[in-house]
Design a protein around this ligand. Structure first.
Ligand code: ZN
Length: 252
């Protein structure tokens, strides 16, 4: 099966409601390649290694969570950005990127997918009064110790997390995939037992200790593999096209 690039983009924009979400980057088609697509590669970040893998797989399009053209970045196309974009254009490969729309989607979003993986039942958003705040809160089927829950995270993500354990059992969890460490304050306000995110900053440790909340930093990449993977599976069921998720190892 093949699909027209225009149809693919139109469907993704519709499904992920990208026009309704304010973001730090353009969501949708970022680099235009050939108009007919036979094979799609998906991945977390449009890094050179993912592009090289897509070229060797003869992909016609790449769909990622982290694309290009971030607010505040140098707008010129030099250095690694030139190499990446040149490789895409030379090989006629389109790049489609969905950032926040793929964090917050109720079915294939990173946050919902991570909950599924960790056996957390979603209750509501981290702050139901403020929709600009990404992240969710939910509960585990039974209380676990922080180390039991951390073990579960390690098993699921294949990476040892950083843990702040306040010694209390965990049942209510708040989480935000990726660089969500700043939302620890929202998790404290929500009254959850533990906050999980991808990244941690130096100050996150003190915030966790002084607010008496347990905290897990499980990796930006590791917590954000599952949205794009689920999106690819969704597209494969819908359009019967060849879609391959490629995980480029990233310890951060
Ligand atoms: Zn991210």
């Amino acid at each position: 099966m093949t699909i027209a690039l225009a149809q693919l983009e139109q469907y993704l924009n519709y499904y992920l409601e990208s026009s309704q979400i304010k973001d730090y980057c353009p969501n949708g088609l970022q680099v235009e390649g050939k108009s007919e697509i036979n094979k799609i590669v998906t991945g977390v970040t449009a890094c050179q290694a993912l592009i090289d893998a897509a070229i060797s797989q003869h992909a016609d399009a790449i769909i990622v969570h982290h694309g290009y053209f971030w607010r505040g970045e140098e707008p010129v196309i030099t250095g690694i950005k030139r190499h990446r974009i040149k490789a895409l254009l030379d090989n006629d490969i389109s790049l489609l990127a969905y950032h926040l729309p793929l964090d917050v989607h109720p079915l294939v979003g990173n946050n919902v997918q991570l909950a599924n993986l960790l056996g957390i039942t979603v209750d509501k958003t981290l702050n139901p009064d403020d929709h600009s705040i990404i992240g969710l809160q939910g509960h585990l089927p039974r209380e676990l110790s922080v180390s039991e829950f951390a073990e579960k995270v390690e098993q699921a993500l294949g990476r040892k997390p950083m843990v702040v354990d306040n010694g209390k059992p965990v049942q209510r969890v708040g989480w935000c995939t990726g660089g969500g460490q700043g939302y620890i304050d929202q998790a404290v306000l929500a009254g959850v037992d533990l906050f999980l995110t991808g990244e941690a900053s130096e100050q996150t440790f003190h915030s966790a200790v002084e607010n008496n909340i347990s905290f897990i930093s499980a990796g930006h990449h590791a917590t954000e593999r599952y949205g794009i993977k689920a999106l690819g599976e969704h597209l494969e069921n819908l359009y019967d096209i060849d879609i391959q998720f490629i995980d480029i190892n990233n310890p951060f």
